[in-house]
Design a protein around this ligand. Sequence first.
Ligand code: IPD
Ligand code: CA
Ligand code: CA
Length: 268
Amino acid sequence: MDNILRDKIYTHAKQWILAAGEQIRNKINEPRIITTKSNPNDLVTEMDKQTEVFFISKIKEVFPGHLIIGEEGFGDQVDTLDGIVWIIDPIDGTMNFVHQKKNFAISIGIYHDGIGEIGLIYDVMADELYQAKRSEGAYKNKQPLVQLKSNLKFEEALLGMNHYFLCENSFVQETSMQQLVRAVRGSRTYGSAALEFAYVAEGIIDAYLSMRLAPWDIAAGIILVNEVGGVTTNLYGEDLNRLKINSILACNPMIQEQLHHFIEKGRK
Ligand code: IPD
Ligand code: CA
Ligand code: CA
């Protein structure tokens, strides 16, 4: 993708994500219409849907040839990443949005022929925009994010991971993951995959692990983490399929091997 086109797309995407965030902030205390999707804890609100529709109408107006994958299903039926594809999670962390009215994000990853070109993750209530263009570094608002530290010690690492890893699960023996959380300095669960990727890119957590994430949860985050020298694979170190569900390990490369040791030890 040439730089002029990329800058044009980036300028619009940034303007739209900030506008969508402002809409959400303005309506944060309005009554919500909450429904459930795959299970009683998989929430969606009218705001998730409105936000996705907002992006789609803007993108189709300015870039009619681009394709869109949106979590709430208002986008296109996309089977390949040929051409320019926007992958959108209108609210990542809907449970936080509903219960906490904060700690959620809008996530947009823009791909050209399968290559991640632009990643935007907007922490709406904090008004913090994490942003990256491929090979041009990553930023939090105007502040550049530095390359991940090369002297990180495993025992001083802070991990982002869901508590389900410590319960019986079908991926990995929970005893191995219990040993992992004891071996590092600490672990955190934030409830927004997009923000957890952004925090890895910012270097405020050193890894993020997840058992199952959809393309819209990871599309932007991968671009941000890769820009600061982080690695993004599935839990077993394999390449991610951008169009399917993947397990996830996004981390500082300094601790990748030790993390794999615990995951492989408990692998089912
Ligand atoms: C969810 C959040 C959560 C992660 C879930 C995702 P949603 O996205 O990112 O942190 O653990 O797997 O589905 O449903 O709030 O967009
Ligand atoms: Ca999500
Ligand atoms: Ca969502």
